[in-house]
Design a protein around this ligand. Sequence first.
Ligand code: KIV
Length: 271
Amino acid sequence: MKRNQENRPKRMTVPALLKKKQQRQKITMLTAYDFTMAQMLDAAGVDILLVGDSMAMVVQGHENTLPVSLDEMIYHAEMVGRAAERAMVVVDLPFPTNHLGIHSCVAAAGRILKETRCQAVKLEGGADQADVIEALVGAGIPVMAHVGLRPQSVHAMGGYKVQRDEERLLEDALAAQNSGAYAIVIECVPIQIAKLLTDRLTIPTIGIGAGPDCDGQVLVVNDMLGLTSGYVPSFVKPYANIATTVNTAVRQWCDDVRGGTFPDAEHSFEE
Ligand code: KIV
C-alpha cells in the first residue's frame, strides 16, 4: 500500500546518519532481499535496509557469498527499493566487482543507483579499496565500507574467524573514512577494538559480532527471525522463530486438505 505524499515518512539520508552518531543515537540496519520483507522492516522503523550479498547463502542456498551476480543483486535491490519509504537502502557490490578496476566498479555501482531506487553501495575492504571508494564518492555514489571479517575473502582468510589485528583494522577504517566512505560495517571484531574504531572515526560504525559500542548494529534478517535452517553465528540473538510458525501452519493446512475440512463453506463460493 502506497502512502500519499503528505503522510510519507522522512527518508533516512547520509547527513541524518552522521547526525545520529553525533547525537549518540543508535543506528539500526537489517538485510532485506524482497518486497514483502522490506516493507515490514521499513514499517517497523529500521534505519537502513541492506540488500546484502548474504542473499547468496540465505536466499539462493549457496555455501558462501561469492556466487551471487550483479544482475541478481539488481533484481533483488529493485524489489527492496520499491518497498522502502523511510529506510535508506544500501546494496552490496558482489564479488569481485570492486576488484575489476575503477571504471567497471563505477559502472556497476552506477547501474545499481540507476536501475533500483537504492541510495548507496557497500563494498568489502578498507585501505586496499581506498582508490575505488574515492572514485565512487567522486561520482556522487555514497559508499559504506566493510572491514574486519570480509566474507568475500573467506578462502583467503581461512574461514569465518574473529579478526583481532588492531593495527590493520584501524588502518583500514581510517583509510575508508579518508577516502570518503559515509559509514563502515565492522564484522566479527572484539568489543574493545570495535570501541576504539568507533571512538576514532567521525563516520558511523555499524557492528555485526562487534559488541555494543558501535554506532549501530546490523544482522542478517533471516538469522534474527529464525528463518535460517542451517548454521547461525553465535553473535545472533533470535528474536522470533518463524520457521516453526510456518511449519506448524503448513502441517495444519496439509492435514485439513487431506482430511477434507479445507476448504469449508466459509472459504468457498456459492452459485
Ligand atoms: O551481506 C550481508 O548480509 C552483510 C552483512 C552481514 C553486514 O554484509
